[in-house]
Structures are given as structure tokens and as C-alpha cells.
Design a protein around this ligand. Structure first.
Ligand code: TYD
Length: 136
């Protein structure tokens, strides 16, 4: 399967009205998993590269709810760069995809929805190890 099909861009509905915008994300309905963890990244300098890991167990959805950033993903074969710049759009990242987040705008708030509770052991932080595990 192509990397872009493994990691689809998601477009969420806008339930906003004259009072403002409203985006709702229902676990296992608007995204492929039930949400067990939420975290957000902000105040990251534009020169910083975050992520630089793959996850053996976790699936994620990344949404820039404010500002913008880029995410570079690879499955060890293809590479795709996606600019996250709309609160109504996200990217789904399944297990065993290597990801780097970078080019954060000063106002970037990158919201991450995760399918698991945090477990440091399921993070692969070394690229060579990642490639080796893919080949198993
Ligand atoms: P890290 O995974 O390096 O962040 P990023 O993916 O944005 O590059 O996490 C930074 C620190 O925060 C690290 O010590 C692990 C800790 N952490 C948790 O305790 N729980 C979590 O859910 C996350 C994402 C990180």
C-alpha cells in the first residue's frame, strides 16, 4: 500500500455557526481508533525537529489546531511531507511509521490524539532499529 494511503489526510466536519467554528472528533468514528491519550506541542522553535521516532503499538492523529507545522513520514520505502495548517484537517499515522515534526510557526499548537496510554518501551527512537524491525 502507498504511504499516502496508509496515512490519509482527514477532513473533519465544521459544526460552526455565526458564533464561531466547532470541530468534533469522535473516537473510532471520525478517526480509526478510540482515543486513550491527548497531548499537544506548542512553543517549539522553528528550528526544532520533534518526533524522530516510530511506534510499535500506537496510532496517532495530528492536527494543528492553531498555526502550522510540517510532518515528514516514512515507512522505510517512501517519504511524504504534509503541511498541517488547518484546524479541520489532520493526518492519521498508524503503527510503525517514522515521523518528524518541524517548521513550527510561532503560534503552532499541534494536537495529537493517540490510541494508547504512554509507554516509552513501544517507541523506536533509532532509525536503524526501525528499519531492522520492519524487515522482521
Ligand atoms: P517526545 O516523545 O520526545 O516528544 P515528541 O514526540 O513531541 O518529540 O516526549 C518528550 C518527553 O515527554 C519524553 O520524556 C517522554 C514524555 N512523554 C510522556 O511522558 N507522555 C507522552 O504521552 C508523551 C508524548 C511524551
Amino acid at each position: 500500500m502507498k504511504l499516502q494511503d496508509k496515512c490519509p489526510i482527514l477532513h473533519f466536519g465544521d459544526l460552526g455557526d455565526e458564533r464561531g467554528k466547532l470541530v468534533v472528533i469522535e473516537g473510532a468514528q471520525d478517526i480509526p481508533f478510540e482515543v486513550k491519550r491527548v497531548f499537544y506541542i506548542y512553543d517549539s522553535d522553528s528550528s526544532v525537529i520533534r518526533g524522530q521516532h516510530a511506534n510499535r503499538e500506537s496510532e496517532f492523529v495530528l492536527i494543528n489546531v492553531a498555526g502550522q507545522s510540517k510532518v515528514r513520514i516514512t515507512d522505510g520505502k517512501e517519504e511524504v511531507i504534509v503541511e498541517l495548517n488547518q484546524p479541520m484537517m489532520g493526518i492519521y499515522i498508524p503503527k510503525m511509521i517514522w515521523k518528524d515534526m518541524y517548521d513550527f510557526s510561532a503560534d503552532s499548537v499541534l494536537l495529537v490524539l493517540a490510541s494508547t496510554h504512554y509507554d516509552a518501551e513501544e517507541y523506536i527512537r533509532d532509525y536503524d532499529t526501525y528499519i531492522k524491525e520492519l524487515k522482521r
